[in-house]
Design a binder for this molecule. Structure first.
Ligand SMILES: Nc1ncnc2c1ncn2[C@@H]1O[C@H](COP(=O)(O)OP(=O)(O)O)[C@@H](O)[C@H]1O
Ligand SMILES: Nc1ccn([C@H]2C[C@H](O)[C@@H](COP(=O)(O)O)O2)c(=O)n1
Length: 254
């Protein structure tokens, strides 16, 4: 699609979204230049790192650790928004009835991740927790493959994802994959005690793990948008800090 065609599509969207959900109007203003062109240019001289991994693998802890680093800005996953959008809790609803609410949650995840990807960073390096790519390739895929998402919902999300990734620059320079066993995540998830997640069985974490492995290790499922740095994250906090220090140079050079 040409830039002007994409800009016209964006303008049509702006007219359709009369009461935009939190954050969407600021995304639109970021995507549109004052001359109405879609921003297809990369933020020159800046790099983006996405920290990927299973639920409770230690991504937030990793971002917290790097948050004191000079010239690096961390952007955590917008889970708070997924738990409370104008008084509604799409994350909780999804765990209660994935077939009914999976599309609702994943549509909102896609929007809020787009917001994070396109948010300008004040620092040369932006470190994000997960990405719009894993939202689609791992979580939407898991809902669909496990028979919990109707095909029409999957197809609609896929069309949205394809349009977004084709027309907006969401490039990533490095993926840091915190590789864990599902059992480790299960223990950490129980320890964290997020209310909505009390229903998650080990099998769910195993399915998410399998999809991450196919995507980032076997590279047999979907395109991998950046080089991958794999970190064994089945370790204690002290050992993780050691890993982070050993890899600091590679991460910051992304
Ligand atoms: N290496 C580790 N060893 C033990 N516990 C950890 C480790 N990393 C994180 N945790 C704990 O596990 C839970 C999940 O970690 P978190 O960073 O929130 O994971 P994520 O952001 O990937 O969901 C938290 O309670 C956190 O304190
Ligand atoms: N696309 C996504 C992304 C995340 N989730 C769920 C999984 C967890 O319950 C929660 C936050 O994940 P964490 O940062 O703790 O790994 O959100 C989802 O369902 N779909």
């Amino acid at each position: 699609m040409s830039l002007s065609a994409a800009a016209r599509a964006c303008c049509r969207l702006l007219t359709v979204i009369r009461c935009p959900p939190v954050g969407s109007s600021s995304i639109m203003s970021r995507l549109l230049h004052s001359d109405g062109q879609v921003n297809g240019l990369k933020n020159k001289g800046k790099s983006t790192i996405c920290v990927e991994g299973n639920i409770a693998s230690g991504k937030t802890s990793c971002l917290e650790y790097f948050s004191n680093t000079a010239n690096l800005e961390v952007m955590t996953e917008p889970v708070a928004k997924w738990r409370d959008v104008q008084g509604h809790n799409p994350l909780g609803l999804m765990y209660t009835d994935p077939t009914r609410w999976g599309l609702t949650l994943q549509t909102y995840v896609q929007l809020t991740m787009l917001d994070v990807h396109t948010k300008p960073s004040l620092s040369p390096v932006k470190m994000m927790e997960r990405s719009i790519h894993s939202a689609k390739y791992i979580f939407v895929e898991n809902l669909y493959k496990s028979g919990k998402m109707p095909e029409v919902d999957y197809v609609v999300l896929t069309e949205w994802f394809n349009w977004i990734t084709k027309n907006i620059d969401l490039s990533v320079d490095l993926i840091v994959y915190l590789r864990t066993s599902p059992e480790t995540c299960y223990q950490r998830l129980k320890m964290r005690c997020r209310e909505e997640e009390s229903v998650i069985p080990l099998e769910y974490l195993s399915a998410i793990h399998g999809l991450y492995e196919e995507w980032l290790i076997d590279r047999s499922s979907f395109p991998v948008p950046a080089p991958v740095l794999v970190i064994d994250a089945d370790k204690s906090m002290e050992e993780m800090i050691q890993h982070y220090e050993e890899n600091r140079g590679k991460i910051l050079a992304a």
